[in-house]
Design a protein around this ligand. Structure first.
Ligand SMILES: NC(=O)C1=CN([C@@H]2O[C@H](COP(=O)(O)OP(=O)(O)OC[C@H]3O[C@@H](n4cnc5c(N)ncnc54)[C@H](OP(=O)(O)O)[C@@H]3O)[C@@H](O)[C@H]2O)C=CC1
Ligand SMILES: O=C(CO)COP(=O)(O)O
Length: 333
């Protein structure tokens, strides 16, 4: 039986542990809170994140990182992006040297502007062939309800992506392989920023034309950045690009979309943070995505607008007016 460790007992870590178990893996979940770990082991639920989902018996939980990591062929990382480096520094001594490190995270590190696979490679001392990414239109609550969805497993080594694909393939979860790790990760991280923009527009009472325009031009600026960073253009038309963007920008389940909606309705940043119980990666990653855009000399006007509203306190109607009054240009530029 394939053994997997999942570090992080939040919404997605828990739901993906269930996917792995349904695909036939034996899974150990690492959590930092003993009470939550006990609830998983004794009641088979994660009361704080997915209280209505019964976890399969092949999912066990522990607070002991060494116990979780022992024998794991796949070590799945599912903590907030900005905490990954600090966590991985603690976990690295107990990781198996041949384990495949799998990122579920959709963020870019503040300060370094590194993608999660880069942080994993650096801190986990893992060559790119041992680092994989899972991404796509996968809202945790829908996956946990075993609603059908497709996903992408990306690794520079296609045979590793195929091993991971078979470890998480179930009747309701259909992963496709890809070797474009850069494109897949950017698709996942930038869609959170665009979902904030769409949420803000929704909160302002704007309609579907605005939403469609932001999604489409959001994908254009994501692709522009991706191409400048060596990604494959096809990735952005796929599940990791358009797929995830559509799911996140349309769904009230998205934390990024909801965060934006609250801002668009007039809540302040601190009020919005106070009512947000889970990780909305775009709030921090919009700054590191903008940093990447500047480094690669790529225009990302929607990302700039989101940073302006979220971090510089610009009123949404002022930011929107500025976005719309930029100089006219051809669509493909
Ligand atoms: N939820 C979703 O639908 C999806 C999420 N993702 C991505 O997955 C990643 C994880 O998200 P998700 O599971 O939803 O997040 P949640 O906010 O639901 O959970 C975060 C988890 O990380 C733990 N955590 C928080 N801070 C720390 C820390 N400093 N050290 C150790 N553990 C910490 C939390 O523990 P505690 O409970 O103790 O605070 C919790 O287990 C994100 O990058 C997200 O973008 C990707 C696809 C779908
Ligand atoms: O990444 C996601 C769906 O694919 C989840 O989006 P949120 O983090 O905005 O909830």
């Amino acid at each position: 039986m394939t053994k997997a460790a999942v570090f992080g007992t939040g919404s997605w870590g828990t739901a993906f542990a269930m996917v792995l178990a349904d695909a036939g893996c034996e899974v150990t979940l690492w959590g930092r809170r003993a009470g939550l770990v006990d609830a998983v082991n004794e009641r088979r639920v994660n009361p704080d994140y997915l209280p209505d989902v019964e976890l399969p018996p092949s999912v066990r939980a522990t607070t002991d990182a060494a116990e979780a990591a022992a024998d794991a062929e796949f070590t799945v990382l599912a903590v907030p992006s900005q905490t990954l480096r600090g966590n991985l520094e603690k976990w690295r001594p107990v990781l198996r040297p041949d384990t495949v490190l799998v990122s579920l995270m959709k963020g870019v590190e503040l300060g370094t502007a590194k993608r999660m696979s880069e942080v994993i490679g650096e801190v986990g001392e893992a060559e790119p062939e041992r680092v994989a990414v899972l991404t796509g239109p996968n809202l945790a609550k829908e996956i946990a309800a075993r609603q059908p969805a497709a996903s992408v497993v990306a690794c520079r080594d296609e045979s590793v992506a195929q091993r991971l694909q078979s470890a998480c393939h179930t009747p309701y979860f259909r992963p496709y392989t890809n070797t474009d790790v850069v494109g897949c990760e950017l698709g996942g991280a930038v869609k959170n920023v665009i979902a904030l923009a769409v949420g803000i527009a929704d909160g302002m009472g704007l309609g579907d034309n605005t939403k469609a325009s932001l999604i489409t031009r959001g994908l254009a600026e994501t692709s522009r950045l991706g191409l400048a960073m060596g990604a494959d253009a096809h990735t952005f038309a796929g599940l990791a690009g358009m797929g995830d963007l559509v799911a996140t920008c349309s769904s009230p389940l998205s934390r990024n979309h909801t965060f934006g909606t609250n801002l668009g309705r007039g809540m302040t940043l601190s009020e919005t943070i106070a009512v947000t119980k889970q990780t909305a990666e775009g709030v921090k990653s919009c700054e590191s995505v903008r940093e990447l855009a500047h480094r690669h000399h790529v225009e990302m006007p929607i990302t700039e607008t989101v940073v302006g509203i979220v971090h510089d306190g610009k009123p949404p109607h002022v930011a929107l007016k500025e976005l719309m009054s930029r100089s006219a240009k051809a669509e493909r530029v």
